[in-house]
Design a protein around this ligand. Structure first.
Ligand code: SF4
Length: 481
């Protein structure tokens, strides 16, 4: 892991000056402060970045709205993980061309997708109505870039591939009042052969533990009920004497009623010390998202994942030894270049053996600049789609069988949203969604629900009054007496 370099206080003060200049700009033009629409694609890391982008926009005087049609500035925070996501961005941006011409909507793009030189070049040449493009390393410079765009009256492109720095102390506008993202590290050193993240997010760098502990204490004091630690490779966190288990232990020691989650973990960094920390935790959710990607040793080696099927299965078994009630989820790529059907069947074997609560499954998507993109890929797309369906059918059957055992059991849920079938929906420590009836004031609160019905993986329940066994972490599922 490279040395973490912080953006200097002088640079952050310079950005504050640009924010002040923008306020003066609106006043000089006798203009109402403009309204921004921020749209986020991709992972939770991007959502966390968008909370900082909104914070910076607010500092520059922007208000917010829920659609590009109402906005003066549309900002798209993009994702580069799959080709499909890139196509959607180009399509959505293309549709705004008319608004740019008729009422001067400003259009900006940032994030992983535009950090790629070929994408920035395409935007420069073929999307002349896009006003501002900036990459992942320039997020904290948004006030300066906006000032150049508005006061300078020109298109601005800033995608320099600088070694990533960390900007602490940026203003934040969180999306939720009870669930918080807490990025603990950025970038990735793993270079999985299919993945573009190390190319667009830079090398791994971790935030200082004292900053993270202070931020987490502030969140708990403010009433947040769930804190999710984020990193492209979260369990390789390292800062001075702190590794990930130590950071997790100290976060877990904070007093309060809250859950701690983390993602995304790499199997090679999932140590017994981490499992032991999870098992002993008071607040750490008994949920482990541990992407396996594939079950074939040959394909895993071609992916540069650094483990075999046997090693992964041993790790899953060890995790369940520490935490028999642990719920595991995973990511799987179907149709990696050169993968055969026999190799794909090893993925089915692994999925059957682990018994995941849910899976995020993807058809392989070639990414320019990665090693896998240059590998021969003879299997037709339609064949890969058939494999994908086979995997989905297996997982759905396994998940449904797991859910069928739940009626009668009591789960502690964090009530998150209105439900589709019942008034409310909440998520358990193990990330099971259950719908139940109750007043909307319960959103953002912990509740206990007895599961009444399972239809496939859809769960219904009824709220019961039960004293919280907080601090929790002793297992989400409790049998009814
Ligand atoms: S661990 Fe691999 S898949 Fe995950 S972000 Fe790093 S390079 Fe990409």
């Amino acid at each position: 892991m490279s040395q973490t370099k912080l953006v200097s206080p002088e640079e952050l003060a310079r950005q504050d000056e640009y924010a002040a200049l923008l306020h003066e700009y609106w006043i000089a033009r006798r203009q109402e402060p403009p309204r921004a629409f921020v749209h986020t694609y991709g992972c939770q890391g991007n959502e966390a970045d968008s909370e900082r982008l909104r914070g910076l926009l607010a500092r520059c005087g922007f208000g917010f709205c829920n659609s590009a049609e109402e906005a003066d500035l549309a900002l798209f925070n993009t994702c580069a993980v799959r080709e499909h996501a890139e196509d959607r961005v180009f399509g959505n941006v293309g549709r705004l061309k008319g608004l740019r011409q008729t009422r001067g909507l400003r259009i900006a793009l940032c994030g992983c997708m535009v950090q790629q030189a070929h994408v920035a070049e395409k935007l420069r040449r073929s999307f002349p109505f896009v006003d501002l493009v900036f990459g992942t390393h320039a997020l904290h410079r948004l006030p300066e870039l906006l000032y150049q765009m508005y006061a300078g009256g020109r298109r601005v492109f800033e995608i320099a591939d600088t070694p990533g720095e960390i900007a602490e102390g940026l203003p934040l506008r969180r999306d939720s009042a009870f669930k918080a993202w807490l990025p603990i590290m950025y970038g990735c050193d793993n270079f999985c052969s299919y993945c573009v993240v190390p190319l667009v997010r830079g090398r791994e760098r971790s935030r200082a533990p004292e900053v993270l502990l202070e931020e987490a204490r502030g969140l708990v004091a403010a009433g947040y009920k769930e804190i999710t630690l984020l990193g492209q490779n979260v369990n390789s966190y390292r800062s001075g004497d702190y590794d990930f288990p130590r950071l997790l232990r100290e976060l877990d020691a904070i007093e309060g009623d809250f859950w701690l989650r983390f993602m995304t973990s790499h199997p090679k960094d999932c140590s017994p010390a981490l499992l032991e920390t999870m098992a002993a935790g008071r607040h750490i959710a008994r949920h482990l998202h541990l992407p396996v990607q594939c079950g074939s040793d040959r394909v895993l080696a071609a992916m540069n994942r650094g483990y075999t099927q046997a090693q992964y299965l041993a790790l899953a078994a060890l995790a369940r030894e520490y935490m028999p009630d642990l719920r595991m989820t995973s990511d799987i790529i179907v149709g990696f270049p050169g993968e055969t059907y026999e190799e794909f069947r090893e993925t089915l074997t692994l999925v059957d053996a682990v018994g995941y609560a849910s899976l995020f499954t993807f058809l392989y998507s070639p990414r320019e600049g990665t090693r896998a993109a240059a590998m021969p890929d003879p299997v037709p797309h339609a064949e890969k789609v058939r494999w994908f369906q086979e995997l989905t059918a297996l997982q759905e059957a396994k998940a449904a069988a797991g859910c069928a055992a739940l009626p009668g059991k009591i789960l502690r849920l964090l009530c998150e949203t209105p439900g589709k079938r019942q008034a409310l929906a909440g998520r358990s420590e193990g990330s099971q969604m259950v719908e139940f009836d109750g007043p909307t004031e319960l959103i953002g609160q912990f509740v206990h629900v007895r599961v009444t019905k399972a239809r496939g993986w859809l769960l219904d329940g009824e709220r019961i009054l039960q004293e919280s066994p907080c601090p929790q972490g002793m297992g989400a599922i409790k049998h009814t007496p």
